[in-house]
Design a protein around this ligand. Structure first.
Ligand SMILES: Cc1cc2nc3c(=O)[nH]c(=O)nc-3n(C[C@H](O)[C@H](O)[C@H](O)COP(=O)(O)OP(=O)(O)OC[C@H]3O[C@@H](n4cnc5c(N)ncnc54)[C@H](O)[C@@H]3O)c2cc1C
Length: 431
């Protein structure tokens, strides 16, 4: 895209991951002029387990990528297994309600994100890629944004009336509030991901790995690739690297996965890794919403769950759609709210977000902390061997089949009239 100085848009969306593209598609369809800024060229790999829960499939259909998703994703995911050491327990995944696709599937982010970005373009969004948002000045109603070209280092300035932050969780935006935790901690979690061909993992099941000092997951995704993604504590990673000097971090992690879990060893026997391990981190699980700056946040920029339940993309997709529904009102075509009205809407969005997603964050945190401790993992395995239905129920609670965001949003969506600013923001819902 060539630079044009001081172009003006209704909305600037920062980041073209699943949250940003979802919001961009819906807002562009609602008649808003949308600038969608993405730092990286696509297609790009991402540290992600690639599992898309069944709860999202109607939304993907509505966004215009449902058929392409079904045509390219991996096999239907009907089972879930918990693997720890040389033990395992398995259960059925819950099916989504009749009338929609029953099962989730896995699709690499290099494909899914590119599909969504193409839809955003088709809906009329102007895509700036690869450009990074490096400064955001101003206030709701009158934002000034500075973009830096990643290929050319050129500078570009845009104006926007509203800003949606969908930049994920791996880097800071200039507007970000300083993160809670500055000091490095032994319990920081680093994420790793790689795909393999020729593996022996049974198709159609999500394998959840409970590891000493970490957790992870394996699944057969598109083109038969086995995706392995995991999180490992800083102290564990440090010890692994100390014990094998010269080994790259990803290779040390792969050796650890194979050594500590028989299920991984079996699944990757004879498999060939496609490219290097990707890494990111440290994770910062929890709610990151704050309304003081008048910026709307979606996806991981709003809050991050421990990825043990594989629900981050659900939260990103659904929060992008939830925000667009709030901003566009019940008729789907509301004008861009004034700066004053945006303050109330930021609070309404935050309340709806918390109501929809905080329970998932908590469930994922409990499960992650149990899985990372040897005694907790052994107890968990024991319990789910006795009551496999608990895994099924856990998946249901975690959001695998129920789309939490849009029904919750209905309570908060303003009517299509202009009285948005006068509306009292709802109080925060129960967690
Ligand atoms: C190990 C692991 C496994 C996971 N497995 C799963 C799983 O199986 N299923 C699942 O649902 N979820 C999973 N997740 C979670 C999921 O990956 C995230 O929740 C999801 O990617 C969040 O989407 P997002 O759109 O908010 O952010 P992202 O997908 O991170 O997208 C943000 C985008 O913003 C861009 N960006 C950043 N800064 C700027 C800037 N300044 N200017 C312009 N662009 C910028 C980035 O380049 C990026 O493309 C996993 C996460 C981890 C760590």
């Amino acid at each position: 895209m060539t630079a044009a100085a001081h172009r003006a848009f209704d909305v600037l969306v920062v980041g073209a991951g699943v949250a940003g593209t979802t919001a961009a598609i819906q807002l562009a369809r609602g008649g808003w002029s949308v600038a969608l800024v993405e730092r990286q060229p696509f297609p790009r790999r991402k540290v992600c387990g690639a599992c898309v829960a069944a709860s999202n499939l109607p939304l993907l259909q509505a966004l215009g990528v449902g058929d392409a998703f079904q045509a390219s994703a991996g096999p239907e995911l009907r089972r879930v297994a918990l693997l720890h050491g040389d033990g395992s327990a398995e259960a059925d995944l819950p099916a989504a309600p009749a009338g929609q696709p029953a099962w989730g599937r896995a699709l690499g982010r290099e494909t899914l994100d590119a599909l969504l970005l193409a839809q955003a373009r088709a809906a009329g969004a102007t895509v700036f890629q690869p450009w990074a948002v490096q400064a955001l000045l101003g206030a709701p109603g009158a934002w000034h944004c500075e973009l830096r070209g990643q290929a050319s280092a050129a500078l570009l300035r845009l104006r926007a009336r509203l800003v949606v932050d969908a930049h994920g969780s791996w880097e800071a935006l200039p507007t970000d509030r300083p993160r809670r935790r500055h000091a490095r901690s032994a319990s920081d979690l680093f994420a790793f991901q790689a795909a393999f061909t020729g593996g022996a993992l049974p198709a159609g099941a999500i394998s959840v790995l409970a590891l000493e000092g970490g957790y992870g997951g394996m699944v057969v995704a598109d083109a038969g690739a086995t995706t392995v993604a995991c999180c490992i504590r800083r102290d564990r990673l440090h010890a692994l690297r100390g014990a094998a000097p010269g080994l790259r971090a990803g290779d040390a992690v792969e050796a650890w996965l194979r050594r500590s879990c028989t299920g991984v060893q079996r699944a990757l026997q004879g498999a060939v890794r496609d490219g290097p391990w990707l890494t990111a981190g440290p994770l910062d699980p929890g709610v990151h919403l704050h309304g003081e700056d008048g910026i709307f946040r979606v996806g991981n920029a709003a809050g991050e769950a421990h990825p043990i339940l594989g629900e981050g993309m659900s939260m990103a997709l659904q929060s992008g759609a939830m925000l667009a529904a709030l901003l566009l009102g019940s008729g789907g075509t509301s004008p861009v709210p004034s700066g004053r009205a945006q303050a109330a809407l930021v609070r309404a969005h935050a309340a709806a977000w918390r109501q929809a997603f905080v329970p998932r964050l908590r469930l994922a945190a409990v499960f992650a902390h149990l899985a990372m401790r040897p005694r907790g993992a052994a107890a968990l395995l024991c319990v789910v061997r006795l009551w496999p239905g608990l895994l099924t129920q856990g998946a249901r609670w975690g959001g695998k089949v129920r789309m939490a965001a849009l029904p919750a949003m209905a309570q908060h969506a303003p009517s299509n009239d202009v009285g948005i600013a006068a509306r009292r923001p709802p109080s925060e819902g129960p967690a």
